[in-house]
Design a protein around this ligand. Structure first.
Ligand SMILES: [Fe+2]
Ligand SMILES: [Fe+2]
Length: 135
């Protein structure tokens, strides 16, 4: 699997948010490495649970920054966070029922969601937070 590197271009300008994005990308890359080692099947359950738990914590960081800076686009941004958590919870339920979820499907979903969300709504939030003088 290709390794998704965190680069300055995807920085949102807020250190704590950037660090948490780096951790999320590291988790995605661990899944990719497990797949490359033919251990994707076992990694799916662990990755989805870990990513979901960490994402919940990360979304809280962003949502607290939105509150602190009276972010006007809060509703649509939070809706994206909630949809992500719901999707991963559905996936965890499917795994719990013994259904198989291909590692490639999970990896592709996470890669697409993270790159679109970080470069879209998170970047806008970062600009707002920086402009509000809160880093
Ligand atoms: Fe984020
Ligand atoms: Fe976000």
């Amino acid at each position: 699997m290709e390794i998704i590197a965190w680069t300055k271009e995807i920085s949102v300008g807020v250190a704590r948010i950037d660090e948490e994005h780096q951790t999320l990308l590291a988790m995605l890359n661990e899944l990719g490495q497990a797949m490359a080692a033919d251990q994707g099947g076992e990694a799916v359950k662990l990755t989805s649970a870990r990513m979901r738990a960490y994402a919940q914590q990360h979304f809280k960081t962003e949502e607290e920054a939105m509150t602190a800076t009276k972010y006007p686009a809060r509703t649509s941004h939070v809706a994206e966070h909630d949809a992500f958590i719901e999707k991963v919870l559905d996936l965890e339920d499917a795994l719990g029922r013994g259904e198989s979820v291909p590692a490639k499907d999970l990896w592709t979903f996470l890669r697409n969601w993270l790159s679109e969300h970080i470069q879209g709504p998170d970047k806008l939030l970062g600009e707002h937070v920086c402009a509000a003088g809160m880093k």
